[in-house]
Design a protein around this ligand. Structure first.
Ligand code: ASP
Length: 343
């Protein structure tokens, strides 16, 4: 097994074959980001035991929230610029078109479960910051320090890197921008787990949960807890999610658009690629572009149609995602818009 939970061993399968597999699949299915191999298995087992779909989705992603080696989610996640782990999460359930979300939540490892409680036991859709923490504690969640030694050391290295160096010549907060697009030596990292699941009847549930962009500005909320940005679904149509540069999913309503494209008849992979083309077209800030005017960051979109067809597309080649078709979990290559130069 791979030692990097974000990159489990990929199945020996060509991209064309993986695309066809997703296009032709029908029936119950769970898909997730590349760090979700165990999560899709756990969610599928929970669905098989008759758990509500949305509970199955949350049970799946909690594996990543508990895993200290996954530095992009929950316990062990990389902290914000002040060294505090702040998590974002959202759940959606197609049976009720219910949404529950938390943003900038500190000190609670299972942000996904808090989001579920927001959906099921409050009149609200999204709670943030101190209010979200108070809500979680009032519902029996235990506060704990989510910063592991590994994450604290990474944060200290990042802070040390600032000594004597200027992050920007402009009057702007450069920290916490996307990896690869910030000033050299101050790269931040992304990660996150998204999971979508469907049953035999075209019902869907999904969850996206993350510690967000590492070393972000305190209080920064990304796409993950925002319905339409990092997650979206509609009963009988499909479910979608996003990982990667959250600001670019947020300002394009990327997940909402993936579901709309599926409704218009595109298969899941093509729906993701169509939305990525729009994201690329709308990326205009020079600091976010490479020397060929292409986005200098990645986002990956995940799509599950209500009949069980699935697909995934990334801005750049080299990304992977996980799927469970009811009998087996697989790690597949994502389709891409741009081919990354070798080396
Ligand atoms: N989308 C997440 C965020 O922007 C990070 C990621 O998925 O890598 O917070």
């Amino acid at each position: 097994m791979s030692s990097d939970p974000l990159k489990p061993e990929m199945d020996d399968i060509a991209l064309d074959e993986a695309i066809a597999l997703g296009r032709d699949h029908r029936g119950p299915c769970a898909i997730a980001s590349g760090n979700g191999r165990e999560a899709v298995r756990r969610a599928t087992v929970a669905r098989g035991k008759g758990r509500p779909l949305v509970d199955a989705a949350v049970e799946g992603v909690m594996v990543a929230e508990d895993d200290p080696s996954d530095v992009s989610v929950g316990f062990g996640g990389l902290p914000n610029a002040e060294g505090v782990v702040e998590c974002d999460a959202c759940v959606m359930d197609s049976a009720t078109h219910g949404v529950g979300a938390v943003g900038a939540l500190r000190g609670i490892r299972h942000a996904s479960r808090v989001a579920l409680v927001v959906m099921c036991h409050s009149p609200h859709s999204l709670l943030a910051g101190e209010g979200a923490l108070a809500f979680a504690k009032a519902h029996g969640f235990t506060e704990e320090d989510l910063l592991t030694d590994r994450a604290r050391e990474a944060w200290n290295r990042w802070r040390g890197g600032q000594d004597g160096k200027r992050l920007s010549d402009e009057d702007r907060w450069e920290l916490g921008d996307t990896h690869g697009a910030g000033p050299a030596g101050f790269e931040t990292t992304t990660g996150t787990i998204h999971l979508s699941i469907c049953d035999d009847d075209g019902h869907l549930a999904a969850c996206t949960t993350t510690s967000g962009l590492s070393f972000k500005h305190p209080g920064r909320v990304g796409d993950s807890p925002l319905c339409g940005a990092g997650i979206y679904l509609e009963d009988g149509v499909g479910s979608a999610g996003c990982t990667g540069r959250g600001e670019s999913a947020l300002d394009t309503c990327a997940s909402f658009d993936v579901v709309r494209q599926m409704e218009r008849g595109l298969d899941p992979t093509d729906a993701c690629l169509r939305v990525l083309q729009r994201v690329a077209r709308l990326t205009k800030a020079p600091r976010l572009l490479d020397d060929q005017s292409r986005p200098a960051f990645n986002i990956t979109l995940y799509a599950l149609r209500a009949d069980g067809a699935f697909g995934c597309g990334a801005m750049w080649s080299g990304y992977r995602y996980c799927v469970h078709n009811g009998s087996r979990a697989r790690v597949l290559p994502a389709a891409h818009l741009f081919l990354r130069a070798e080396g």
